[in-house]
Write a protein that binds this ligand. Structure first.
Ligand SMILES: Cc1ncc(C[n+]2csc(CCOP(=O)(O)OP(=O)(O)O)c2C)c(N)n1
Ligand SMILES: [Mg+2]
Length: 369
């Protein structure tokens, strides 16, 4: 292989200097020769999901304050990433989300109240992963990337054409698991799309302390897969760039990495005070890049989004929020024995003894009450 051929192949793996954008923050269409703009139907569907996603984020924030959720890592400001990740997949594909990706999980069809079981603290996951092909939301950073890669490997061995989309944050790219997952996926040519939502922070740690690379998408070339950067608040660009990565994976051309440039508009979770590490003005500046506004403006200008449709979307989002509220206001019925279930296929004597100790304590407490 000649030197120039090596460098041409290598260059093809590099991301662009400027993230791909198809709709400007003002709502103007900026066509791209390499990435097709989704049609108005697809964008309207995405907008409906964005409206629902924003409403779910708002509702969950309120539920946290009411003590109905233990914690809520909001994706407020990141809804375009959340929607696109879910909408580029076929029903038979798999999504591997993180704790911040509840809106993706719900957009994929999991009931909102089942999605919130984890964040209410009732159980490790409130849904059957196989039903909508959504892995349980991972809290330990980057672990889900290895699960996703293993899953894709198994699919390949079985001869299936399943695509696996694995989500992570900018901070998670510093984990060893991220690198192992990328390397394994590339070496074995697996159908994985690694999707980084770069929201500029890992709790209080800014991106500048996370990496010295020109961008997170530049990491892809080190493993031999293409990397691309996309405006993470432009749902049209996300659908196109992620869609292309999914098509590539399905064709058998291997994994790729997509970095979305977005911003976390709220604190890391309700347990975090973001005024301690970032300026209010910096956050405010991102309101002008809101992911809902720009696609709404575009679709309204084109006449594709009528007032009736908008009202319909808002009503549907309100119904989802009301159902979630109602479900979360009901007291959960949990059995203390659940703590001991699914730990081992057959419960060993030592664990059984612990359960009996707890049972004794419970019956004594009940007798005292
Ligand atoms: C292995 C591991 N280390 C540390 C943590 C604590 N932790 C939870 S979220 C977080 C920040 C992650 O930031 P990022 O990957 O950018 O995702 P974001 O929260 O911004 O979506 C950290 C350090 C964890 N959950 N898992
Ligand atoms: Mg982050």
């Amino acid at each position: 292989m000649s030197q120039s051929r090596v460098s041409a192949e290598a260059t093809a793996l590099l991301p662009r200097d400027v993230p791909v954008q198809l709709v400007t923050p003002a709502g103007d269409h900026t066509p791209d020769t390499a990435y097709a703009t989704p049609d108005d139907g697809a964008l309207t569907r995405a907008y409906a999901a964005l409206v629902a996603g924003r409403r779910i984020n708002d509702q969950c924030n309120a539920l946290v304050r009411q003590g109905r959720l233990a914690v809520y890592p909001s994706s407020n400001g990141q809804e375009a990433c959340q929607i696109a990740a879910a909408q580029v997949l076929e029903d038979t594909d798999w999504l591997f989300p993180t704790y911040r990706d509840s809106v993706s999980v719900i957009t994929r069809g999991v009931a909102a109240e089942d999605t919130m079981v984890l964040l209410r603290g009732d159980w490790h996951s409130g849904y059957d992963p196989h039903e909508r092909r959504v892995a349980p939301q991972a809290t330990p950073l980057a672990t889900q990337l290895l699960h996703a890669v293993g899953f894709a490997h198994a699919a390949k061995l079985r001869g299936e054409d399943t695509v696996v989309l694995a989500m992570c944050g900018d901070g998670a790219t510093s984990e060893g698991d991220f690198h192992e997952a990328m390397n394994f996926a590339a070496v074995f040519g697996l159908a994985v799309v690694f999707f980084i939502q770069n929201n500029e922070f890992a709790i209080s740690v800014p991106l500048s302390r996370q990496t010295a690379a020109p961008s997170l998408a530049h990491k892809a070339i080190g493993y031999g897969m293409p990397g691309q950067r996309v405006d993470g608040n432009d749902v049209a660009a996300l659908l196109s760039v992620l869609g292309e990565a999914v098509d590539r994976a399905r064709r058998g051309d291997g994994p790729s990495l997509v970095e979305a440039h977005t911003y976390r508009m709220l604190a890391h979770t309700n347990a975090d005070d973001d005024t301690r590490y970032r300026e209010h003005e910096a956050v405010q500046a991102w309101t002008e890049r809101d992911p809902l506004d720009r696609v709404r403006t575009l679709l309204r200008d084109r006449g594709a989004l009528t007032e009736e449709l908008e009202a319909e979307f808002a009503e549907a989002a309100e119904r989802t929020a009301a159902e979630l509220r109602e479900a979360m206001h009901a007291e959960p019925v949990v059995s203390p024995e659940d703590l001991f279930t699914h730990v081992f296929a057959e419960r060993p004597a030592s664990l059984d003894a612990q359960w009996h100790t707890l049972q004794d304590e419970i019956s004594r407490t009940e007798a005292d009450a």
